[in-house]
Design a protein around this ligand. Structure first.
Ligand SMILES: [Fe+2]
Length: 122
C-alpha cells in the first residue's frame, strides 16, 4: 500500500507503523549488502559502521514497541531521527566506505556484486 493512500485514509499510528516496517525491510536488505562488501573487501572501519546499523535497528524497534504499548505515536521524534540518520549515516558514514572502495580500486567489482545480488533477490 502506498503512503499516499495511507495519508488519505488512515491515522498517524498506521502510517508510522507502515513506515517502520518498510524501514526495517530496507535495513535488512541494505545492511546485509554492506556487511557482505565489508567482508569481501576487508573494510577497516567495519566495526564502527556496523555499530551505527545496530543503533538504527534498535531505535526503530524501540519506537515501534513504545508506540504499540502506549497506543500513541510520535511522528515528530521519528522524523527527526530519520532526517538525522539520512544526513549523518547515509550521506557521511556510507560515503566513507565508498571512498575506501575507490581508494582500493574495487568499485567495478562492487558494482558487479550489487547487480548480481539485486538480480538474485528479484
Ligand atoms: Fe551503512
Amino acid at each position: 500500500m502506498s503512503y499516499m493512500i495511507l495519508f488519505k485514509t488512515k491515522k498517524n499510528t498506521e502510517i508510522i507503523k507502515k513506515i517502520f516496517i518498510d524501514l526495517l525491510q530496507y535495513a535488512s536488505y541494505h545492511f546485509s549488502l554492506e556487511y557482505d562488501l565489508f567482508q569481501i573487501y576487508k573494510y577497516e572501519d567495519e566495526a564502527r559502521h556496523i555499530d551505527e546499523h545496530k543503533f538504527f535497528i534498535k531505535k526503530i524497534e524501540t519506537m515501534m514497541i513504545r508506540d504499540y504499548l502506549t497506543g500513541k505515536d510520535n511522528l515528530k521524534e521519528a522524523l527527526v531521527f530519520l532526517v538525522d540518520w539520512f544526513s549523518n549515516h547515509i550521506l557521511k558514514t556510507d560515503m566513507d566506505y565508498c571512498n575506501y572502495f575507490r581508494f582500493k580500486e574495487v568499485v567495478e567489482d562492487v558494482n558487479t556484486y550489487i547487480s548480481v545480488k539485486k538480480f538474485i533477490k528479484e
